[in-house]
Design a binder for this molecule. Sequence first.
Ligand code: PMP
Length: 453
Amino acid sequence: MVQQKIEENRLTQQDHDHLWHAMHKYNPDAPPMIAAHGEGSWFTDMEGNKYMDGVSGLWCLNLGHGQTEITETAKNQMDRLAYFPLTFSHQPAIELSAKLSELLGGGYRTFFSNGGSDANETAFKITRQYHKQTGNPDKYKFISRYRAYHGTTMGAMSATAQAQRRVKYDPGVPGFLHVPPPYAYRSTFNNPEQDDEMAASLLEQVIIWEGAETVAGFIMEPYISGGGVIKPQSDRYLKRVREICDKYNVLLIIDEVVSGFGRTGQMFGYMHAKGVQPDIITTAKGLTSGYLPLGATSIKNEIYETFKENDGNNHFRHVSTYGGHPAACAVALKNIEIIERENIVERVASLDEKILSQLKELESHPYVGEVRDIGFLYGLELVADKTTKEPVSDAYIGSILGACKKKGLILGKNGDTVPQLGNVLIIAPPLTSTEEDLQFLVQTLTEALNAAR
Ligand code: PMP
């Protein structure tokens, strides 16, 4: 016990002295949460406190901790072949690319990278090169949606339209534009009923105003996740977006980094809109359930074909040392095998209804403006006044998150889109969470909110 305390103090000191945490504000008085052990949807910190991880790490730990089939797969693969670049080839990458094509309905080819930002950067470069070599050299602009998050690198940050994440790093990469997403609760058009249609029409209008001959691609998540769990009223929106992209020869890039691999109750989020097929799909996170880093950019074969032309001179001049690492690809294959074998996608779709109806009851709370869901991804938009929809303060949402943490539940909130709009409490539990885990989550959150009326 004494030894344990000494070890904890040593790590805490070194953490304070040397480790730069992601996103966190400097606070010398706050001890770091040092995780020691994970089991299913739960983890234990060094002091022995147990927490349910209600946000799957960073929305990636889809199958939870302790999947020994996955860890054994990684070890076996590393014992067999520790590393090999994809300038050549190896079995796990070949098989994973074929599996992804099958899951996407066939006809896709995949370029592997290391994560979500990387996968989106790859998509942008493929898109620009594709247009250059198909007679449209002036097409270079990308359109994305306000409140979207697409990653941290300069291109992906430029597609990210959350002012607070950019203000210290702008200007971003030239050629990135934004349009509002459909968001009936705060309809940009003051017209919740027509919000989807008007958001799609504005996309078309912006393409026309910019000059369609300059617009290369439109990138969107099927459902905005980190920006506040924002979704259209119906699948018609994505169908309209597909029609508009077709009309103006704009590639439709769907960012499935969060929504992929079952999170929304479909294997991929775009699949809720039947009949829509994206040109490019980017995945990461749930691709390996976070067990190892991996990103994937899956491209329709028709697009790839143009990279073979001109005596091979059209080849894609892009390489990633660790992208498609053999162990990461083997882990992804095993992860997908478990998702399919355990019917995880169906499980999410059926359990979601019950959880949603319980969370919806919280709309009677004076500060819960709207509860939104997309499978195992829930957002509670907290407002100080339900009529004006004035967001709650940072301190209020912080107190709810703090109260949940005290009771052993970790939840999250959306990034500070603009000041004061970091007011959506986010829940994204592992897809393998037991019913008991989920009840603990709902119960704990309900208690925390009721104590703060
Ligand atoms: N796209 C989306 C929708 C994301 O949520 C994220 C990460 N939160 C990314 C891209 C970037 O992924 P990564 O952090 O793996 O670079």
